[in-house]
Ligand binder design. Structure first.
Ligand SMILES: *Cc1c(COP(=O)(O)O)cnc(C)c1O
Length: 426
């Protein structure tokens, strides 16, 4: 038995996850198949929490909101950052306590605001208009909602442009020069109570300096808010810590992140004589490396390139197409063979961009082989679709060598379930 990482190994030529043979998993459950290692999720959470013992960790549900994952994280004491009614619904039924949920979103519907009021969760407000709408709705309900404002701190993380969220031109949040006015407004409005401040500067950030810049700017605003006699209960600095998708990549640890944030946060809070709770919202770091996607080889073809056609495409993993993301690939049934060939691994979707991995050195691949795409736990299944009329695949959870099915494969009935045929076409 040799090891690739804590939870991935090789035994009898086969890739294992959490000690379970992936080739047997593919055989038993069919491919494509998402496989999640529970222990890895728990350990990632504990590592993150360990670096921020005094902070609350609100898991960013959009990374992967399978109920089992949310339930596992609830049992670890996580809160949740939710970005929609559906994520709020899932977080609540999975047992995340409402007083540890922050409802985010840059374009919330009135019914989403109503749902947040009824569930008694805090709301991160993205615009003045949203503030007024929430105030009106909560007055009607006779409740007062605790709010934060999502601040756009105008910092530029070195990440893919599609996941930089705190630039001045990003759609998210209220500009940091305008936000004080928003607190002033909120202070006077009924039905809302400003108790927090929130930012999230981007995702897959691999250098801690933008976090340091963000906390400095946020604490500048905190200082001004405190002068308005608003008592801040929390400062939420969002998520965004990157993970090493490529082995040679160096990414900061949660401890490094703590080193970039905590001294500023603690010292400036102390100087102001306040003690707000720090909140962080990691998504990718918690679940990213916990999961693999098993995909079966349908065809191989040698033309201008050496193509391997598999049964999972951008319908199940859109990150390569959307973000030019890199994911390591292992031939699960030939995991320790020499990587003597060079392949493009392509999905079955009718799009030229449906390429899972480009120019990869791998062992000779034949139809019937099973490939494992690594580090797909974040923004993998949660961004899946039925494009091209393909059913979403199953998900299994590994724990102590046991395998539990946590999502059944969709069937054709699921695919057309909500469609309706006009009577005149019958
Ligand atoms: C997406 C998101 C996160 C999580 O980002 P990661 O890069 O997965 O850590 C946290 N907070 C908010 C508001 C988000 O939109």
């Amino acid at each position: 038995m040799s090891r690739i990482s804590d939870h991935l190994g090789i035994q009898n030529r086969h890739l294992t996850i959490g000690g379970v043979d992936t080739v047997l998993l593919a055989h038993e459950y069919g491919t494509p198949l998402y496989v999640i290692d529970e222990d890895r999720v728990r350990r990632n959470f504990r590592t993150f929490k360990g670096a921020f013992p005094d902070a609350d960790i609100y898991y960013a549900a959009k990374a992967n909101w399978n109920l089992a994952i949310l339930r596992i994280l609830a049992s670890e004491g996580a809160g949740a950052d939710v970005f929609s009614d559906g994520e709020l619904y899932a977080a609540l039924i999975a047992g995340i306590p409402p007083d540890r949920i922050l409802f985010n979103g840059n374009s919330k519907t009135l019914s989403e605001l109503k749902m947040a009021i009824d569930a008694e969760v805090r709301v991160s407000i993205d615009s003045l208009q949203e503030l007024y709408a929430l105030s009106n709705l909560s007055l009607e309900s006779g409740k007062t909602v605790e709010i934060a404002f999502r601040v756009n701190p105008d910092v530029s993380p070195d990440t893919h442009p599609k996941i930089a969220t705190g630039l001045a031109t990003s759609k998210f949040g209220i500009g940091y020069t305008d936000v004080l006015e928003a607190y002033n407004e909120a202070k006077e409005l009924p039905g809302v109570r400003p108790v927090g401040i929130h930012c999230h500067i981007g995702s897959q950030i691999t250098d801690v300096s933008p976090f340091n810049e963000a906390v400095e700017k946020m604490m500048d605003i905190v200082e001004q808010i405190t002068r308005l006699s608003i008592d801040l209960k929390f400062v939420d600095l969002g998520g965004g810590l990157g993970i090493p998708y490529q082995k040679e990549m160096e990414t900061p640890s949660p401890r490094d992140l703590a080193g970039a944030i905590l001294p500023t946060f603690n010292e400036r809070s102390k100087n102001l004589g306040i003690s707000p709770k720090l909140i962080l919202e990691p998504g990718r770091y918690i679940v990213g490396d916990s999961s693999i996607l098993l995909t079966g080889v349908n065809t191989t073809k040698r033309s201008a390139k050496n193509f391997v056609g598999v049964d999972a495409g951008l319908n199940l993993l859109i990150r390569p197409a959307m973000y030019d993301a890199y994911h390591e690939v292992v031939v699960a049934n030939k995991a320790d063979l020499d990587r003597a060939e060079t392949y493009d691994i392509v999905g079955p979707i009718c799009e030229s961009g449906d390429i899972i991995a480009k120019d990869r050195k791998l062992p000779l691949i034949e139809p019937g082989d099973t490939l494992a795409v690594l580090d797909v736990g974040a923004y993998g299944f949660s961004m899946s679709s039925q494009y091209n009329g393909r059913c979403r695949c199953a998900e299994v959870l590994i724990c102590d060598g046991r395998v539990d099915l946590i999502r059944r494969r969709e069937d054709y009935g699921d695919m057309i379930a909500k469609q309706a045929m006009p009577a005149r076409l019958l």
